[in-house]
Design a protein around this ligand. Structure first.
Ligand code: ADE
Length: 230
């Protein structure tokens, strides 16, 4: 079974590549895909570049071209919930696109016909993450993640997303990856470590904590891989 590990930015997959050591590099559709054998299991690792379009392309490529049968996403997010602080981990139970808007036709935010506002992440992988959290002695929160093609650095926008979607954190790729995996029947898991609070200081906080938070997330994801291999 091949497992995909995906991030959006180089910093999000660097700790994973470091951990796997040796890998084969393939250029495909404008991105680099790293294939590795890790404890006997085949991995395909890549960062997509930021946003819903690039992450859709990468998730689809990992499943359809590289044959990934599970997909784990590792990265950082802005916190909406006051309970989430920089460095904390959040596991997405379900994801929505906060910038999808055909409300002019009477539909709710995040909805288009034949779609759904929320896409649920794989329950077995979420259960596995609880075991991993216990073994690592880490507290990991579960919650709703909202995705959009915007870096949110505004309290009002953040609160609107929190209220409309019941979201605990926001980022720019999770829901598009979720749509792809759901459509292709590939179980997926989205993990994010908090880098900022999506407020007026968000860009400074993001720059300061991107690397350390990305490492937090990547370490947890690799423990998930260890468990999946067991
Ligand atoms: N990823 C990390 N922080 C973010 C923010 N504030 N907005 C969108 N994506 C993010």
């Amino acid at each position: 079974m091949k497992i995909a590990i995906m991030g959006a930015m180089p910093e999000e997959i660097a700790p994973i590549l470091e951990k796997v050591g040796e890998y084969k590099t393939t250029k495909y559709a404008g991105n680099i895909y790293y294939e590795a054998k890790y404890n006997g299991v085949d991995l395909v690792i890549a960062y997509s570049k930021i946003g819903k379009v690039f992450s859709t392309l990468t998730a689809t490529t990992m499943c359809e071209h590289f044959g990934a049968k599970k997909l784990l996403f590792s990265g950082v997010a802005g916190a909406i919930s006051e309970k989430l602080k920089v460095g904390d981990l959040i596991v997405a139970t379900k994801l929505a696109q906060h910038d999808l808007d055909i409300t002019a036709f009477g539909h709710p935010f995040g909805y288009v016909p034949e779609g759904a506002v929320y896409v649920e992440a794989d329950k077995e992988l979420i259960d596995l993450s609880k075991e991993v959290a216990k073994e690592m002695g880490k507290s990991v929160q579960e919650g709703i993640i909202a995705t959009g093609d915007q870096f949110v650095a505004d309290e009002k926008r953040k609160n609107w997303i929190g209220e409309k979607f019941g979201a605990d954190a926001l980022e720019m790729e999770g829901a598009s990856v979720a749509v792809v995996c759901d459509a292709l029947d590939v179980p997926f898991f989205i993990l994010r470590a908090i880098s900022d609070a999506a407020d007026m200081d968000a860009s400074f906080s993001f720059d300061e904590f991107l690397e350390t938070s990305a490492v937090e997330s990547a370490e947890f994801i690799m423990k998930m891989v260890d468990k999946l291999v067991d």
